[in-house]
Design a protein around this ligand. Structure first.
Ligand code: GAR
Length: 186
């Protein structure tokens, strides 16, 4: 059984999708052993509703070292699902190849510091991009710079708004994150 830890900061719909995929067999032979949030958020409620052990570690400089201390042993994968803190270099290096993130744009475009959630969608629309999508990538100490595992794009429509873009991207994320998790675990 593969052992997954999920990190969240927000609504946790990607966490919910992963929970559902483990339940329905789309992600076979895996379990979420722990959910960690860096702030109070609905993602934590989703873990509690499913009786998954969870913990809040307040965001800040000590986050990565505190997380390292409480992580269960034998972790196969750390999944960032709408997680907004930056993990420090030491943490990234000690779990190299075992941390993945989903980003709401087509990396390497529209990544880096400050590029999260609606900020990304606003920048994409402002730049007049013809397409957007989502990217799953390995996490390294360079923000959004790790190797790409899976990416899926769609065309931006003429009357696209931040809200419609966010919704379309979530749909793409629900499709590619479980696939990427299976790829990395197997
Ligand atoms: C997702 O769209 C994810 O790509 C984005 O936050 C949203 C979280 O939704 N992540 C980032 O912007 C990270 N840079 P969720 O909490 O409902 O899964």
């Amino acid at each position: 059984m593969k052992n997954i830890v999920v990190l969240v900061s927000g609504g946790g719909t990607n966490l919910q999708r992963i929970i559902d995929c483990i339940d329905n067999g789309e992600i076979p032979n895996a379990t979420i052993s722990f959910v960690v949030a860096d702030r109070d958020c609905f993602g934590l409620e989703r873990a509690k509703n499913k009786d998954i052990p969870s913990q809040l570690i307040p965001r800040g400089k000590a986050f990565s070292s505190e997380l390292k201390q409480i992580l269960p042993e034998n972790i196969d994968l750390i999944v960032l699902a709408g997680f907004l803190s930056i993990l420090n270099k030491e943490f990234c290096e000690s779990f190299s190849g075992k941390i993945i993130n989903i980003h709401p744009a087509l990396l390497p475009k529209f990544g880096g510091k400050g590029m999260w959630g609606h900020h990304v969608h606003e920048a994409v629309l402002k730049a007049g991009e013809k397409e957007s999508g989502a990217t799953v990538h390995y996490v390294t100490s360079g923000i959004d710079e790790g190797e790409i595992i899976l990416q899926k794009s769609f065309e931006i429509s003429e009357n696209e708004t931040v809200e419609t873009l966010a919704e379309k991207i979530h749909r793409v994320e629900f499709e590619i994150y479980p696939k990427a998790i299976n790829l990395v675990l197997n």
